[in-house]
Design a binder for this molecule. Sequence first.
Ligand code: HEC
Ligand code: HEC
Length: 225
Amino acid sequence: MKFYIQTLAIVLSLLTFPAPGAANPELLAEKSCDRCHWFASNKPGDGTNGPHLYFAGDKFQKAWLIKFLQKPEIIRKAGYIYDPGFLEKRPALDQPHPTVSEKEAKIIADYLALLKIPGLEHGAVDDVPLTRGKRARAKIKFERNYGCISCHEAINLAGKVRGGVSGPSLVNAGNRLTADWVYHWLKSPERFKPKSRMPVYKIEEADLVLIVKYLMTLKRENLKP
Ligand code: HEC
Ligand code: HEC
């Protein structure tokens, strides 16, 4: 009997032991990612050179992370500005964003997927795609009613990039961000960032869901040459 219990314990420990290299946070230190990013919310002082990643598991689609880490794209053309009171613009990135191998990108993405804000609710936005008519209405809200386009790049009817650059580009939002996170960002940005340079909107629920679904339709592959 004792033998069986011991064997069972060994089998169980093998099953639960993480595969070598999986979700390894040490790789982040090894690659100096923590020189520019926060991976925990209670770590004051550093990480002010890049966007916070302590809610990366809520914010990003994993497939996008794996691609970005190997071949970074520029998201904030005006540069990353940490302090909203900081008027002097920083350069977009005074050096190209570091890159990692495909294997490392997968390990890092596995780890980032675990970084979440406790208690963030899911499922406010269903994944039924917008009809053409609703999408057209959502686009008008994004561009005209709320003027989001003045600070954010999106895709126009001709399939071209259009919009301001003081906020992050949303051209690839449908591949990059999760609907849940965008919903919460628009509803209560202070849960992610105490001070942000984006105006806080009071958007009524139906419009909010419509706008989030519209952003999810924006994908780089929809751009026309
Ligand atoms: C020299 C500073 C620096 C280092 C080192 C660095 N990053 Fe970044 N990272 C940035 C900046 C700045 C951006 C924003 C780029 C943009 O918006 O175009 C960024 C963007 C990102 C994003 C997208 C975040 C978002 O909100 O758009 C991820 C994910 C990321 N970095 C992960 C990493 C990982 C993983 C490492 C280590 C392999 C790393 N970074 C190393 C500065 C850095
Ligand atoms: C006055 C300029 C401005 C307007 C108008 C504006 N935003 Fe933003 N937005 C920003 C800035 C700046 C950020 C980056 C905030 C930060 O990280 O502090 C941002 C961030 C975002 C993000 C998160 C992007 C990311 O990758 O982190 C989304 C999504 C977004 N805005 C959507 C919208 C929508 C939808 C509207 C209209 C309802 C809107 N924004 C209106 C400036 C603006």
